[in-house]
Design a protein around this ligand. Structure first.
Ligand code: NAP
Length: 305
C-alpha cells in the first residue's frame, strides 16, 4: 500500500491543474486517470473561448500541452479506473486495479460523461450508428446524413463539425431555440447542409441489419410523428458526473454533482471537488482549471494544519 499527501482523481483540465499546483507546493501526489490525460477536451474539436488562443486550439492539442506541463514534476500516475474510495485512519484509500493507495487529502476531478437519450435500443445501436462523440466518430459518416440531438454548446459544436464531413445534418432540439452560446446560432443558420428540427424529441430508433437506419421523432407541438432516415445519431443532451466510485462518501445534489462551493471544499474535511464533477454555474475548461488551482491551495492548507 502506497501513501501520499494528496490523491488527485482525474486527468482532465481540473485534475492536471490540481496536480501541477500540488507538486509545486512540494506535496507528494498520486494522480489517477482512467484514459489519456485531457478528459472531455479530447472530445472537443476546437476550443475557442480559452484566453490566449484567439483562433481556437484543437482539443487534443490543448490536452497535450496541459499534460506536458506536468512532465518535469515528480508524481505517480495510475492509469486505471478508480473502483472504490474509502475512509481509512489518516485519510482515504483508493482501489486502482490491483493496488491500493492512500492519501491524506483528496481532490476529486473525475469529470462527467455524456448522458444517454434513454430511448429503446440506444445501447444496442451504440457503435452501430449511435455515438456520443462527433469528433471521435464523425468520420465514419462521411458524405452521409446524420442527426444531432440537443440544444447546448456540445450539440452546436458537434453540428458545425459534422456539417463539414457529412452530406446533411439534422439538428433536433426539444425547444424552439438553442441554449447554446449566441455565437453558434448565426454559424449554424449559415450552414447550407444543416436543417433545424425544433420542438422534437427522438422516440424510436429504426435499425436495418443491426445498424441505425433512422430516427422516429415526436413533434411536440402537434403530437405527430416524423421519421428521418439517418446513418448516424449524435447524442448531445448533456452530461452526467462520474461519481459512482464515491459510493455515497460525499454529498451530491439531485442531479449527481458533488456539492462543493467556490473553495471546492466538500462537507468532508480534506476532500475537495473540482471541475465538471462539482455543482457550479459554469462548466468550462477555464473554470475547471481555476477549480484545480483553488482546490490544490485549499488542500495544501489542509495538509499544513
Ligand atoms: P447542456 O448545456 O446541459 O445542454 C444539454 C441540451 O440537451 C439542452 O439543450 C437540453 O435541452 C437537451 N436535453 C437534455 N436532456 C434531453 C433529452 N432527454 N432529450 C432531448 N434533449 C435533451 O449540455 P452540453 O451541451 O453537453 O454542455 C455541457 C457543459 O459543457 C455546459 O456547461 C456547456 O456550456 C459546456 N460546454 C461548453 C462549450 C463551449 O464553451 N464552447 C462546448 C461544449 C460544452 P433544454 O435546453 O431544453 O434543457
Amino acid at each position: 500500500m502506497k501513501h501520499y499527501d494528496a490523491i488527485v482523481v482525474g486527468g482532465g483540465p481540473a485534475g492536471i491543474t490540481a496536480a501541477l499546483y500540488l507538486c509545486r507546493s512540494g506535496i507528494s501526489v498520486a494522480q489517477i486517470e482512467m484514459l489519456a490525460p485531457g478528459g472531455q477536451i479530447l472530445k472537443t474539436e476546437s476550443i475557442e473561448n480559452y484566453p490566449g488562443f484567439p483562433k481556437g486550439i484543437k482539443g487534443w492539442e490543448m490536452a497535450d500541452a496541459f499534460a506536458a506541463h506536468l512532465d518535469d514534476y515528480e508524481l505517480d500516475r495510475y492509469n486505471d479506473a478508480v473502483l472504490k474510495m474509502e475512509q481509512v485512519p489518516g485519510g482515504w484509500s483508493f482501489s486502482v486495479g490491483k493496488e491500493t493507495i492512500v492519501g491524506k487529502a483528496v481532490v476529486v476531478c473525475s469529470g462527467a460523461n455524456p448522458r444517454p437519450l434513454g430511448v429503446p435500443r440506444e445501447t444496442q445501436l451504440t457503435g452501430r450508428g449511435v455515438s456520443y462523440c462527433a469528433l471521435c466518430d464523425g468520420n465514419f459518416f462521411r458524405d452521409k446524413e446524420v442527426m444531432v440531438v440537443g440544444g447546448g454548446n456540445t450539440a452546436a459544436g458537434d453540428a458545425i463539425y459534422l456539417s463539414r464531413i457529412c452530406k446533411k445534418v439534422y439538428l433536433v432540439h426539444r425547444r424552439d431555440k438553442l441554449r447554446a452560446t449566441a455565437i453558434y446560432h448565426k454559424r449554424l443558420e449559415d450552414l447550407p447542409n444543416l436543417e433545424f428540427v425544433w420542438n422534437a424529441v427522438p422516440r424510436k430508433l429504426v435499425a436495418d441489419e443491426g445498424k441505425l437506419a433512422g430516427v422516429r421523432l415526436e413533434m411536440l407541438e402537434t403530437g405527430e410523428e416524423r421519421d428521418i432516415a439517418v446513418d448516424g445519431l449524435f447524442v448531445a443532451v448533456g452530461t452526467e458526473p462520474n461519481t459512482e466510485f464515491l459510493g455515497g462518501a460525499l454529498q451530491c445534489d439531485e442531479t449527481g454533482y458533488i456539492v462543493a462551493d467556490e473553495s471546492c471544499a466538500t462537507e468532508v474535511p480534506g476532500v475537495f471537488a473540482a471541475g465538471d464533477v462539482r455543482t457550479k454555474f459554469l462548466h468550462q475548461v477555464v473554470t475547471a482549471v481555476s477549480d484545480g488551482a483553488v482546490c490544490a491551495e485549499e488542500a495544501a492548507e489542509y495538509l499544513a494544519i
